[in-house]
Design a protein around this ligand. Sequence first.
Ligand code: MG
Length: 450
Amino acid sequence: MRTLRLVTTLAVAGLLAGGVAVVAATPASAATAVFSVTNNWGNGYQGQVTVTNDTSAPITSWRVEFDLPSTSTVSQSWNAQQTTSGSHYTFANVSWNGTLAAGASTSFGFLVNGSGTPLNCTVNGASCAGGPPPTTPPPTTPPPTTPPPTTGTPVERYGQLRVCGTTMCDRSGARVQLRGISSMWLNWETAPYAENLSALTWMRDNWNLQVIRAAMGVEPAGAYLSDPAKARAQVETIINNAVRAGVYVIVDWHAHEAQNNQSQAVAFFGDLARRYGNLPNVIWEPYNEPLQVSWANVIKPYHQAVVSAIRAADPDNIIVLGTPTWSQDVDVAAASPVTGTNLMYTLHFYSCTHGASLRAKGDAAIRAGLALFVTEWGASNADGGLDGRACLPEAQSWIDWMKTNGISWTAWKLDVGTDTTNLLSPGAPVTGGWTNYLHGHAPFVVANMR
Ligand code: MG
């Protein structure tokens, strides 16, 4: 059942995207592999290969190989183990999709920079179409290297962002993994660290910060609902500073029960989208951490309302959507995603509490096609590290996982305090220059931003 649905989906997606199925299965004596384009953005595309066991007995492994023209390169792949030699690409099964019963299929995906499609395709050494191996020798000229620009601010380098497959791409279609930090709840900052342009520029130049998250508290006393003018002014200061510093900025509706104030969120994001949605800097995050409430009946309808308000004014900037259980149940969201474009989903982790089982939820969501953004994390307990403890080996596993999957992140949180996740120690000036004021997990965070 699952396989049939997968193949049908791929075939439809290929047709809708104007994709080409370059080979057709003919003999019933071998494995076959069919390529299709599932998403195309002009100078790049998302491809998929469906491997089918056309024999009458199970197979326990498969290996697909093909060449790309020298003008095109694979930037990312999933559901297969990729190895690359010049312009020759090999994709082997991973542990959970190598065994195929007679007639069964599985698929893997990849992103290509450039418009060239696979040539000389083989599966387990035979032609992908089921015929004899191709005789055309693979090209031996390595692809030209066109390194991304390394000068200028982050926004000068990457420009308008968009979702491409299960990750984020820059204006040229190259994968981008943004790294940065989140503010403290703006209503509880001990000093206006997040609102300071000098500090932001210093973090950009000394920490390689590319994105700052404005965590605008909503529900507590003194936050947005009780003092909207103050909270909005803080957020707008951070947006304007981000524009001047050339960094990305996440506008975070930092709430746990946002569905109870949906009309305020719709008005807030609609207003800001009208005034700032034209800027490439801005990323919208309408719901920080929903509690353990229904995705289908509570959170998703809220997201659809806010996404609709944003899209009425801003057709394209990325929107990152909170998920159930303090933004952990991304697998639940994956089963019923919100309709729209350039949508990503929030995953939060704290490494003394969360490990492999939460990464497995992330893997499941990615396999289902979701693009994730970790808008909060800490090398601490889930409470932010009240005990001051840091769990760096597990945090490193998370860092590696995010890098492998191209997942952008902002670490919790820019303020002075005793929690593990307070990045600064007492006396840190509000204007930056914090080399001697790193606290808690900050040295680990900074090392991984650079
Ligand atoms: Mg826009």
